[in-house]
Design a protein around this ligand. Structure first.
Ligand SMILES: *[C@@H]1O[C@H](CO)[C@@H](O)[C@H](O)[C@H]1NC(C)=O
Ligand SMILES: *[C@@H]1O[C@H](CO)[C@@H](O)[C@H](O)[C@H]1NC(C)=O
Ligand SMILES: *[C@@H]1O[C@H](CO)[C@@H](O)[C@H](O)[C@H]1NC(C)=O
Ligand SMILES: *[C@@H]1O[C@H](CO)[C@@H](O)[C@H](O)[C@H]1NC(C)=O
Ligand SMILES: *[C@@H]1O[C@H](CO)[C@@H](O)[C@H](O)[C@H]1NC(C)=O
Length: 621
């Protein structure tokens, strides 16, 4: 069920959070004169004023994830005072500051805060350098934070009723654990949580009610966070062209009616939106998103016939509605192929006159016509086309050469389809648990340097992607896009991670081809292995303790360690060890003799050429 939700979500993400860098209109409290007459601007400003406390919490908790709730709460009070002062008298000099600058000033001016949480070096910088420093300081990997606090439903309802800070606390806990998600998403999450609390606290079965209501909210948050983190990762690691082509593909697929010129002008707003939202400027992010929506609504006739009702709504419902609207139908007069790119005599001249514009238009024309494909696939086809022209335009008769472009496109697409088909077949064939182990082994072999938590979360994401996509009519696009997101998380948002040479290469080389690149990864052999006896004693320690923790986590940790420490044993041997260790559940005594798996007479593996533990150990050196 969540998959429907998820798919909608994806549109939300794709379209939703784009920004326009209004350098002039950044102040938190007052509208600038320029836009005083604009209804939407006023509505947006009102929305921002009403949500000042939340926005402050979001900004502070995302920038300084270590900060305590009390520290954040203090800053909220400072900000509310400031807002009230400026609303009363907007001519005060401090009231013309840009909101984000204001928040950073506040963070840096709080006594002891920069030292306590180790960002004094950011506060000693100014302007852009300071903003970037805070941005690079954000940590996607939140292992240093405690698990999300869970309250008993009765307690939760007590707190909700009696404590006006309760929702602020919730916002704080969510924001610091999702440092890259855009503010509008977090505001939506908080609104939905409040709704859930209102409903559930009046019911007898509070726990059941919370569970049912929390699942879609969590899913929405996870999906948004993943998508937006990815987009910001692209922005920070690749040329602006790459994000632009993602946006072209995304909008052209969803709104195929839009012409290239209108699209280009819309995407200026969209990419400015991503600039500010990715930077963590919560106020500008809301303004920019609203600006994009204004743009879309002002050109409905050229964009979509389906958004009329959405556009009549007010912020933030309008944004939500547009983002979640279904794909517009394909215009009937759209030819099957864009002849301009394969049949014309002048392809090479046109390319040379304006390469970026030319390939952008190609992406647009291809995406609006082949809407069953994934966003990544549109980018791959564009790359194939680009490479083909490099080749053809040097030939004597280029048209004869690029005339067959479509075959090349289909070749690439066919490869990607085959990959997804295989993944979905595996999904059909295996139990969920076994499937997760499959990905766990695969990811651990490619990147043994990653932590168990990260490996588990990656493989979980793959399994969830397959579970939600493999029965859909748009199976291909769904799997390919979601799997791409999982790899994006691995590759990192605000840092060029160094995991190992091969993985780093896949992350950095070509965004569109990340998936095939990862698919072809060899096992990493650079990883220094601890000894096998270390494995065995660690396992005994792990398994022979009282088990307060989820058995599943233990199993996954075991599998990861097994692959890390004995990468070259066969999958049968691995399975044997795994089964020996886990079949008995938590029975410590069964863990005493794992070496049996390497003795043919015990392992039950026919034709095993493996002797004992030491031989395995030798084999891998
Ligand atoms: C927008 O707000 C300003 C003052 O905040 C007000 O003077 C103006 O009339 C408002 N415009 C609209 C269209 O409501
Ligand atoms: C604080 O930052 C410095 C420099 O980035 C680093 O060396 C140090 O380990 C950090 N301290 C803490 C407690 O994180
Ligand atoms: C309300 O919740 C906050 C955050 O947990 C806590 O610090 C505060 O003491 C609570 N106030 C009351 C009256 O319970
Ligand atoms: C390429 O694939 C599309 C969609 O499967 C198909 O309609 C088209 O005929 C193929 N073109 C060529 C040249 O094979
Ligand atoms: C990552 O590397 C690219 C290419 O070398 C560079 O342009 C970019 O600034 C780096 N990004 C980060 C976050 O360090």
């Amino acid at each position: 069920m969540w998959l429907l939700f998820y798919l909608n979500m994806k549109h939300l993400n794709f379209i939703g959070f784009i920004l326009f860098l209004f350098s002039l209109t950044g102040s938190l409290a007052l509208p600038t004169k320029l836009q005083d007459t604009d209804d939407h601007f006023n509505a947006t400003q009102k929305f921002i004023n009403e949500n000042t406390a939340y926005l402050t919490i979001i900004a502070v908790a995302q920038y300084v994830q270590e900060a305590s709730f009390e520290e954040v709460d203090t800053l909220v009070k400072v900000m509310m005072d400031y807002k009230n002062r400026c609303l009363a008298d907007k001519t005060l000099p401090e009231c013309s500051k840009i909101a984000n600058e204001d928040i950073l000033d506040m963070i840096c001016a709080t006594e002891g805060l920069p030292q306590r949480h180790n960002f004094s070096h950011c506060c000693s910088k100014a302007d852009v350098a300071r903003r970037l420093c805070f941005l690079y300081n954000k940590k996607a990997n939140i292992g240093f934070l405690p698990p999300f606090p869970t309250l008993d439903p009765e307690e939760k309802c007590q707190a909700y009723k009696n404590n006006e800070s309760f929702l602020n606390l919730y916002m704080y806990e969510v924001a610091r654990r999702n440092p890259f998600v855009f503010a509008p998403v977090l505001l939506t999450v908080a609104a939905r949580f409040e709704e859930a609390a209102t409903t559930c606290c009046e019911q007898q079965e509070k726990a059941t009610c919370f569970q049912a209501k929390a699942a879609p909210i969590t899913q929405y948050l996870k999906a948004s966070s993943s998508y937006q983190g990815n987009i910001c990762g692209v922005l920070m690691k690749f040329e602006p062209k790459v994000l632009n082509s993602i946006n072209i593909a995304t909008f052209s697929k969803k709104f195929p009616k839009i012409g290239f010129t209108d699209l280009t002008s819309l995407l200026e707003d969209v990419s400015s939106m991503y600039d500010v939202c990715c930077e963590g400027d919560v106020v500008q992010c809301i303004r920019s998103q609203s600006q994009v929506m204004n743009h879309i609504c002002s050109k409905q006739d050229f964009i979509s016939s389906k958004i009329k009702e959405c556009c009549e709504k007010k912020i933030p419902d309008r944004e939500d509605c547009i983002i979640n609207i279904n794909k517009e139908d394909k215009p009937e007069d759209l030819s099957l192929r864009a002849a301009k790119f394969t049949d014309s005599e002048n392809v090479c001249q046109e390319r040379d006159a304006n390469p970026d514009g030319f390939f952008a238009e190609f992406t647009h024309e291809y995406s609006r016509r082949n809407r069953e494909l994934s966003i990544a696939e549109f980018l791959r086809v564009t790359k194939v086309y680009k490479d083909l022209l490099e080749d053809c335009c040097n030939k004597e008769s280029p048209p004869d050469c690029y005339h067959h472009a479509e075959d090349k496109f289909n070749e690439t697409t066919e490869k990607s389809f085959a990959m997804v088909r295989q993944e979905c077949q595996r999904f059909q064939a295996l139990e969920k648990d076994t499937l997760q182990l499959h990905y766990l082994v695969k990811f651990t072999k490619a990147a043994p340097q990653l932590s168990v938590e990260e490996l588990v979360s990656l493989s979980e994401e793959m399994v969830e992607a397959l579970a939600s996509c493999c029965t859909l009519s748009e199976e291909f696009a769904c799997v390919d896009d979601l799997a791409h997101l999982a790899l994006g998380e691995l590759c990192g948002v605000n840092e060029n991670r160094t995991i190992n040479t091969a993985v780093d290469h896949c992350c950095r080389t070509d965004f569109a081809f990340r998936r095939p690149c990862f698919e072809d990864l060899e096992d990493d052999t650079s990883y220094a292995l601890p000894s096998v006896s270390a494995l065995i004693s660690a396992l005994r320690a792990d398994w022979c303790q009282a088990h307060s923790e989820d058995l599943q986590d233990k199993k996954y940790r075991f599998m990861v360690n097994l692959v890390k420490w004995m990468p070259e044993i066969t999958s049968e041997e691995r399975l044997c060890l795994f089964t020996k260790f886990t079949a008995a559940g938590e029975e410590c005594s069964r863990v005493q003799d794992p070496e049996a798996c390497f003795r043919p007479e015990y392992s039950g593996i026919k034709d095993s050429n493996i002797g004992d533990e030491s031989k395995v150990a030798n084999k891998k050196r």
